[in-house]
Write a protein that binds this ligand. Structure first.
Ligand code: GMT
Length: 378
C-alpha cells in the first residue's frame, strides 16, 4: 500500500509510535510517506520505501500565528494526489485529524476518495483536546475520520467520556521493536555510573507537569536513604529546572545525572535496575514498555492506561498517583537481590506481548478495511 503518515516529529511518544510504525510498514513492503514539519528523529537513514514530505508553513507579517494546519492540509492534498496514496494515517488528533478532514474534502472535489485513520495518543484527548478552545473541532474530526484507533482501553473510555463521539474506536496498543530495545552488554557504562555496584534507577519523559518528576525525586530520595543507588533522568522539558533545584536542595546531586534528550535510550536502559513512571495521566506509557523490553521492572502510578501494561507484583508495581511512600516501599522490594532477577525476567516477558510483529498486522487490517470501505462507499 501507499501510506501517508502525519505526526509530530518530536521526541514525544506519538511521534515515536508513528515513526516506528512507518519503519515497520516499509520493511513489510509498503511505501510510507511521512508528512510533517521536520524530519522525525528516528528517521535518519535511507530506505527505498520511505519518503519524507516537509510541510512548509509560509508566514506573513500579518499573521501573529502561522496557520500551520492550512499548510499541512495543502501538503496532504498535494502528496495524496501526486504520490497516489491509498490512505492517510494521522497520529495525535490536534491538529492532524482536522487538517486531514479538510484535505479529504478538497480531494473529493478532485474526484479522489482518501480514507483517514486517526490514532488518539493521550494528551490530545485527556489534556489539550477537551479544552474548550479545541473541543468542538476535536469532536467533529474524530467523528468524521473513517477509522479511529486509540492506544489503550482507558484512552478509548476517556474519549467517550469527554467528547460526544458517535462512532466506534478500535484499541490497538502501542508496540516495541525488540530488535532495537533489548538488553545490551554495557558493563563499562554501568561501572562508570555505579562504581560501587549501586542500584541504577531511570526515568525518561518530556518533563511536563503530568509526568510528576517531583515524585521521581522523592521516591529516589527514599530509596537512597535505604540502599546505595543512582538516578539517571533522560529527556528535557518545562519541569527539568524544578527537578534540578529539588536535587540540590535534597543534597543528592552526586547521585543524580540529567542526561537531557538522548537518541540511544536503549543503551542506558540496558544497565538500569528499575524504571520510575509516577505520571498523573498516561494513556499507555511507551517509555515504561521500552524499559521493560530492556529487562527493567517498572514502579509506576496506576494512572490511565498504565494498568494495561504494568502487571502488579509481576513486571513491577503500581501505586496511587502521588503516593511516593508506597512507590519507594515497592521499589526497595523489587531491588532486593533475591527479587530483582525475577522481576527483570517478568518485565521482558510482558514486553514481548507488545512485540511489533504482533501489533503491525492489526494496523494493516485497519488499513485494508478503510480502503475497502472507501471503494464500496461506506
Ligand atoms: O507523554 C507525552 O506527554 C507525549 C505524548 C505524545 O503524544 O507525544 O505521549 C502520549 O502518547 C504516547 C504514545 O502513544 C503514550 O505512550 C503516552 O502515554 C501518552 N502520554 C500521555 O498520555 C501523557
Amino acid at each position: 500500500m501507499n501510506i501517508g503518515i502525519v505526526c509530530y516529529p518530536t521526541f514525544g511518544g506519538s511521534g515515536v509510535v508513528a515513526t516506528e510504525l512507518g519503519k515497520a510498514l516499509a520493511k513489510n513492503g509498503h511505501h510510507v510517506h511521512f508528512i510533517t514539519y521536520s524530519k522525525p528523529g528516528r528517521l535518519d537513514f535511507f530506505n527505498e520505501n520511505i519518503s519524507y514530505h516537509e510541510v512548509d508553513a509560509y508566514s506573513y507579517p500579518l499573521f501573529d500565528y502561522t496557520p500551520y494546519e492550512l499548510a499541512l492540509a495543502s501538503k496532504m492534498v498535494n502528496v495524496v494526489e501526486y504520490e497516489k496514496l491509498d490512505l492517510l494515517h494521522v497520529h495525535y488528533a490536534i491538529p492532524h485529524a482536522s487538517a486531514a478532514y479538510m484535505a479529504k474534502q478538497i480531494l473529493k472535489t478532485k474526484g479522489i476518495e482518501i480514507p483517514v485513520i486517526t490514532t488518539l495518543h493521550g494528551t490530545d484527548i485527556t489534556l489539550v483536546g477537551k479544552n474548550p478552545s479545541y473541543e468542538p473541532v476535536v469532536t467533529f474530526s474524530i467523528n468524521q475520520s473513517d477509522i479511529v484507533t486509540s492506544v489503550s482501553e482507558d484512552l478509548k473510555n476517556d474519549t467517550y467520556k469527554h467528547f460526544d463521539i458517535t462512532r466506534d474506536i478500535e484499541v490497538i496498543p502501542n508496540f516495541i521493536d525488540l530488535t532495537r530495545f533489548s538488553k545490551q552488554k554495557k558493563d563499562h557504562f554501568k561501572k562508570a555510573i555505579c562504581p560501587n555496584d549501586e542500584k541504577l534507577i531511570i526515568h525518561t519523559s518530556n518533563f511536563r507537569k503530568v509526568k510528576r518528576v517531583q515524585d521521581v525525586m522523592q521516591v529516589f530520595y527514599k530509596i537512597k536513604a535505604a540502599i546505595p543507588a543512582k538516578l539517571i533522568l533522560i529527556g528535557d522539558g518545562p519541569e527539568r529546572q524544578m527537578a534540578e533545584t529539588m536535587c540540590r536542595e535534597m543534597h543528592m546531586c552526586d547521585d543524580v545525572r540529567f542526561l537531557g534528550k538522548l537518541d540511544v535510550v536503549e543503551e542506558v536502559l540496558s544497565v538500569g535496575d528499575l524504571f520510575i513512571l509516577p505520571s498523573e495521566s498516561e494513556s499507555f506509557g511507551l517509555s515504561a514498555l521500552e524499559a521493560m523490553a530492556c529487562e527493567v521492572p517498572v514502579i509506576s502510578s496506576n494512572a490511565g492506561g498504565i494498568p494495561e501494561l504494568n502487571i502488579q507484583g509481576v513486571s513491577g508495581f503500581m501505586s496511587n498517583i502521588g503516593d511516593v511512600d508506597d512507590m519507594a516501599k515497592n521499589a526497595l522490594w523489587v531491588l532486593k537481590d533475591e527479587n530483582l532477577t525475577k522481576f527483570k525476567k517478568a518485565a521482558l516477558a510482558r514486553a514481548k506481548e507488545f512485540d511489533i510483529t504482533k501489533i503491525l498486522p492489526l494496523y494493516e487490517k485497519v488499513y485494508k478495511k478503510a480502503v475497502e470501505n472507501v471503494h464500496v462507499g461506506v
